[in-house]
Structures are given as structure tokens and as C-alpha cells.
Design a protein around this ligand. Structure first.
Ligand code: FAD
Length: 479
């Protein structure tokens, strides 16, 4: 028998309990509260999770500084004479932390305003319908018929490489350097590795980027990958593909990294720091999931189209539930999971292929849907359009004509299968293709859309026109 009073028992009973307050968890909590439910969110770290504290937001704040550095470095071409410029990285780190503070304060305000109870502590799920929270060495037990797990993921390393937080960084330390490293070797060239390579190079660091696979940004279309590798090399980034890192040895003065190159040779590089950016591992251990009967795949929780784990009343969303490990995927699943719980009629499953992916390097990369290779593997007849930004007036005016928009349609039906963009502000443009996909727009439909002039987005239109052999601002012979 519980020693609790009925009032206490009532206080510990919720309609929905969310574990983790990242972009999956806090959005799920707010959405559930919007439905008039009594909601608790349990968080052992910081509100806002990885995204707001050590992920999406601080990286973009730091990358803004890199853009400013680039603008200063190239201002001479526009007639400006810039005197000697000094830079103290602590200013940039302070800027990014202020942005983080502002956002996470806002998240607390939103949760409070929606009447969500915030419980600080480490949660486990000892049995169905129960969440046990360790709060300051004591335990609080919560009850609910609906428990949404949104515990996210953390940086993952590769065998034999141990980030030490000093010489060998994860992304978390790379966001808070106490001084600008003279040299940095980055292991892994996914979005995170590519963003840090671009950031540190613009700030003046000598950067080596090593990738085990044959192309950088391996999830992107092969043309995008090759193009960005060329741009990075032109900026002085030493890009090494198809390499196998054999050892990473830190000492007082730096880090010695040895890797085997694509031609089988062994190469050793000594840098001031190393950043390990080789993906993420899910925070699924210790929650009690296996005992409950939830299925895990390499640690990620397997879910159905409504984020259900197969254990009654237990749901998983966001990074914990597998890729793409992106904040907007987490938030989207949060809403669809809660809406399905309450029986909302307009909810539909997430098409994971059509979650846009963005890399905020210079040049920026954005994509949605299938790569050309994936689309070809479906056996469909394709119509592929491509438009080079050298033919776009706005990109030329911005001094950034490096890039392109590539569109892939089903040749028979005109259905949009994929879109791949490289260039200035393309991360702001890719959503046009998301809307088109949601509304089942075909190539012919998109060709009818009026795009404002002058914008880089006109390259979307031209790429669609190219897929229909109607491109205007590119001579046919030069295709
Ligand atoms: P998280 O944000 O990881 O939040 C999980 C929360 O759960 C954490 O706060 C954690 O403390 C808490 N928690 C874990 N276990 C427990 C427990 N047992 N009890 C209580 N609380 C617990 N994505 C993008 O879309 N765009 C980007 O530009 C982008 N940039 C990134 C840059 C970097 C450097 C990194 C590392 C990631 C980036 N991401 C980006 C990925 C993005 O941050 C994640 O996809 C997103 O944060 C996942 O959200 P989530 O809610 O699933 O989990």
C-alpha cells in the first residue's frame, strides 16, 4: 500500500508524461497541453536538449561569425579597404551562448504558459505506465497511460578513439573553444563535420577533413558531395576520402592522427585538436526498455508509423527512434504522436524520405527526397533537371554563384522524387520542395509557379524547367 495521501497520488498522475525536453520532448509536452491534457516533462539536463544547447542553434550562431569573417575577407572586391582585423573567439562563443540562453529561457516560458509541469531529474520506466524520477538523491514516481520517450542521442566515437574533451573534441567542445586552434583534424564529414570544417576554416584554422566513405556529406547526392569537396579544397581544406583512421594519439602539444589513404598508403597528421564527428548513439540504455519488451535496433527504439513501441502506452520520438536525427523530424513526430494519442483526425504518418536535410557550411547544402542514385535504383524512368547558379542574377549579385539546384522527377508521372541544392541560402529554399511534395505537385505544376525576381529561388524554377527541356537562362549546348 502506498503511504501517499490521495492528493499526492493525484499530483503524480498525468495524462501524458514526456521524458526528455529536446525539440521532440518539449514540443510533445506543449502539443499535449494544447489538447487540454495534464502533462509532465522530465529533463535531467537542460531544457531544449541537444538542439538548443549544443547542436543546431549554437552551431548556427558560430557559423554566423564565420560568414562575417568571410565577408570581411572578401570586402576588397567591392571597393572596401579593411584595415587589420583582430578576432577573439571568446566573443563568438559568448554570442552563441547568449542565443542559447535566450532560446532556452523561451522554452521554459512556453512550457510554463501551457501549464506543463517541468520535473528535473533522471527518468527510468520500471514498468508500463510508471516513470521513476531520481530527483536530488530521492525518487518521485509518476503515473500515466501515455509515456513518450524523447531522450535523444549523444555524440558517438569510433573504436580506438576516445574524446577527452581537451585535445580530442566532440561537437560539444568544438562549440566552446577557449582559443582558436591553429590546426584541426575532423573525423567524419556528415553535416556536423562539414559545418565545423567550414566554420573553423573561415576563422583561419588549418583544417583536415577525413571521411571513411568515398564522398564527403555521404548522405547527399553524389554530385553535391563532389561539388562541395571541390569547394572545400578550393578554400584550403584538406579533404581526404575513403580513409581509415588507425590511431589518434593526444599528448601535451597536439594530436597525432594516423590513417590509411584510399591508395593504401599510411599518412600521419599532427594537429592542435581533433574533432570526432562520426554520428550519434541513442540514449536508450538504463531506461528499462528491454525489460518492458520494447524492440531496439543498434540501440535506437523501433516504432511504428504512430511512434508506438509495441509496449502499450509507450512511445518513442526523435533521435531515440532513429534517423534522420534532426530536430524538425523530432518535433514533427512529437505532434503526430500526441495527435494520434488523442485521436485527432487529420494526422498522417511521417514520410522519412521527405524530411529535409540542411548543412550550413559554405556553400550551404539542402536536400529532400531521393538522391539520383536512389531514384535510379527504383527502376523508374527519370527526368532530371539541373540549373547552375552561374546563370542566376541574384547569386551573381551576392558574389556567390557557386552552386546548383538539381531536381528529380518520375519521367512518366512528373512526381517529385528528390531535390538537391547547393549555394547561398539554399537551406531557406528547400522547403518549397517540401510544400510541393505535400501537395503532390508535379514538374508541370511547379513550372506554372511564378517565382520572384531576382531571387536565388529562381534556380528552383529553372531546374524544374530544365527537367522539362524548357530551361530559359542556360544555353542548351552548355548543359
Ligand atoms: P535531444 O535534443 O537529444 O533531447 C533529449 C533530451 O533528453 C536531453 O535534453 C537529455 O538531457 C534528456 N534525457 C535523456 N535521457 C534522459 C533521462 N533518462 N531522463 C531525463 N531526461 C533525459 N538538427 C537539425 O535539425 N538541424 C541542425 O542544424 C542540427 N545541427 C546539429 C549540430 C550539432 C553539433 C549536433 C550535435 C546536432 C545537430 N542537430 C541538428 C541534431 C539535433 O540536435 C537533434 O536531432 C535533436 O536535438 C533531437 O531532438 P530530440 O528531442 O530527439 O533529443
Amino acid at each position: 500500500m502506498s503511504g501517499k495521501t490521495p492528493l499526492q497520488q493525484q499530483a503524480d498522475r498525468f495524462d501524458v508524461i514526456v521524458v526528455g525536453a529536446g525539440p521532440g520532448g518539449y514540443v510533445a509536452a506543449i502539443r499535449a497541453a494544447q489538447h487540454g491534457l495534464r502533462v509532465a516533462v522530465v529533463e535531467r539536463g537542460e531544457l531544449g536538449g541537444v538542439c538548443s544547447n549544443v547542436g543546431c542553434i549554437p552551431t548556427k550562431a558560430m557559423l554566423h561569425g564565420a560568414d562575417v569573417a568571410h565577408e570581411i575577407a572578401t570586402a576588397g572586391a567591392l571597393g572596401f579597404s579593411v584595415g587589420e582585423v583582430s578576432f577573439d573567439i571568446s566573443g563568438l562563443v559568448d554570442h552563441s551562448r547568449q542565443v542559447v540562453d535566450q532560446l532556452t529561457t523561451g522554452i521554459r516560458g512556453l512550457l510554463d504558459a501551457n501549464g506543463v509541469e517541468i520535473i528535473v531529474g533522471n527518468a527510468t520506466v520500471p514498468q508500463k505506465g510508471r516513470v521513476k524520477v531520481e530527483v536530488a538523491k530521492s525518487f518521485r514516481e509518476l503515473h500515466s497511460d501515455h509515456i513518450i520517450l524523447a531522450t535523444g542521442a549523444r555524440p558517438r566515437s569510433i573504436p580506438g578513439v576516445e574524446p577527452d574533451g581537451d585535445r580530442v573534441w566532440t561537437s560539444t567542445e568544438a562549440l566552446r573553444p577557449t582559443s582558436l586552434p591553429e590546426s584541426l583534424l575532423i573525423i567524419g564529414s556528415g553535416a556536423i563535420g562539414a559545418e565545423f570544417a567550414s566554420l573553423y576554416r573561415d576563422l583561419g584554422t588549418s583544417v583536415t577533413l577525413v571521411e571513411a566513405l568515398p564522398g564527403i556529406l555521404p548522405a547527399e547526392d553524389a554530385e553535391v558531395s563532389a561539388f562541395v569537396a571541390g569547394q572545400f579544397r578550393a578554400r584550403g581544406i584538406d579533404v581526404q576520402k575513403s580513409v581509415s583512421v588507425t590511431s589518434v594519439v593526444p599528448d601535451e602539444s597536439g594530436v597525432t592522427t594516423t590513417f590509411t589513404t584510399s591508395d593504401g598508403a599510411s599518412r600521419t597528421v599532427v594537429t592542435e585538436r581533433v574533432l570526432v564527428a562520426t554520428g550519434v548513439a541513442p540514449n536508450s540504455e538504463g531506461l528499462g526498455l528491454e525489460a518492458l519488451g520494447a524492440r531496439l535496433n543498434r540501440g535506437f527504439v523501433e516504432t511504428d508509423q504512430w511512434c508506438r513501441t509495441g509496449v502499450a502506452g509507450l512511445y518513442a520520438i526523435g533521435d531515440l527512434a532513429g534517423g534522420p536525427c534532426l530536430a524538425h523530424k523530432a518535433s514533427h513526430e512529437a505532434v503526430l504522436c500526441v495527435d494520434h494519442i488523442v485521436g485527432e483526425a487529420r494526422v498522417s504518418p511521417l514520410d522519412r524520405d521527405f524530411v529535409p536535410g540542411c548543412t550550413y557550411s559554405r556553400p550551404q547544402v539542402a536536400s529532400i527526397g531521393l538522391t539520383e542514385a536512389q531514384a535510379r535504383a527504383t527502376g523508374r524512368e527519370l527526368r532530371v533537371g539541373k540549373f547552375n547558379l552561374a546563370g542566376n542574377g541574384k547569386a551573381l549579385a551576392l558574389g556567390s554563384p557557386e552552386g546548383f539546384v538539381k531536381t528529380i522527377f518520375d519521367g512518366a508521372t512528373g512526381e517529385l522524387l528528390g531535390a538537391h541544392l547547393v549555394g547561398p541560402d539554399v537551406t531557406e529554399m528547400v522547403q518549397g520542395f517540401g510544400v510541393a511534395h505535400s501537395l503532390h505537385a508535379t514538374a508541370e505544376d511547379l513550372a506554372e509557379v511564378v517565382f520572384p525576381h531576382p531571387t536565388v529561388s529562381e534556380a528552383i524554377h529553372e531546374s524544374v524547367l530544365d527537367s522539362l527541356d524548357r530551361v530559359i537562362h542556360w544555353p542548351p549546348a552548355r548543359k
